[in-house]
Design a protein around this ligand. Structure first.
Ligand code: PEP
Length: 248
């Protein structure tokens, strides 16, 4: 049984004071729900959120990690450092990191391998750009991203990974994939996992949709059969809007 899981991605927004204020407001709004929730925040806000959400069931995630355990990598953060402060999740391979910071399928694979032994759950982002969809290549692109991300990862680890299907053309653009397009790709990703592993493992993996999810479209998206959750950017910055999405 997959539990619906909705995560916020704050990107490079919110100071510590703003994060603390969000936590106070959001804790008031999040209760008695069958939906798991998490906020993926900038590194400097993680400890504030871990403390603020203690005992609430609300998870905290990072937005990136380095794939080495330690070393001369100025400016980087390791999985062990995230684990030490109680982080639950880590986004890997977000399209903004692929586009602006040189993230590749190979580094994504290394990051999954460094996170999984720590117990931090990776939220693996995959998705095609507009030209690829217009050329009818979206399944080929996403299949390749998924296969490369899971290379060398055992099924017992693979089933813990959350996958977020985020068509790049729908991120921060206000342009949402239609619920049917999102559903079709989430279903397709499950068949890729079935080919890679088996139907038991593929059935356990939580697959989210991400791309301009907001209170107005959350119900329709979350009610689609193949979609188990959402990765929410802009609308997760507002405690009321994010809670409305969670209470879809
Ligand atoms: C994201 O940042 O992962 C995202 C989906 O952003 P938005 O909801 O703003 O499109």
């Amino acid at each position: 049984m997959r539990i619906p899981f909705i995560a916020g991605n704050w990107k490079m927004y919110k100071t510590s004071a703003e994060a603390a204020a969000f936590a106070v407001a959001f804790k008031e709004l999040y209760h008695d729900t069958d939906v798991k929730a998490a906020i993926c925040a900038p590194f400097t806000q993680l400890e504030t959120l871990v403390k603020a959400f203690e005992g609430t069931g609300i998870g905290v995630g990072a937005q990136n990690v380095h794939f080495e355990k330690e070393g001369a990598y100025t400016g980087e953060i390791s999985a062990g450092m995230l684990q030490e402060i109680g982080v639950d999740y880590c986004i890997v391979g977000h399209s903004e990191r692929r586009q602006y910071f040189g993230e590749t399928d190979e580094t994504v694979n290394c990051k999954l391998k460094t996170l999984l032994p720590t117990g931090i759950i990776p939220i693996l982002c995959v998705g095609e750009v507009l030209e690829e969809r217009e050329a009818g290549r979206e399944q080929e692109v996403v299949r390749s991203q998924v296969m490369k991300a899971f290379e060398g990862i055992e099924g017992t680890d693979a089933e813990k990974v959350v996958i977020a299907y985020e068509p790049v053309w729908a991120i921060g653009t206000g342009r949402t994939a239609s619920p049917q397009q999102a559903n079709d790709m989430c279903g397709f990703i499950r068949t890729v996992l079935e080919d890679l592993y088996d139907d038991v493992i593929s059935d356990r993996v939580v697959i989210q949709y991400g791309g301009s999810v907001k209170p107005e479209n959350a119900t329709e998206i979350m009610n689609m059969e193949e979609i188990d959750g959402a990765l929410v950017g802009g609308a997760s910055l507002d405690a009321l809007k994010f809670s409305e999405i969670i209470n879809f």
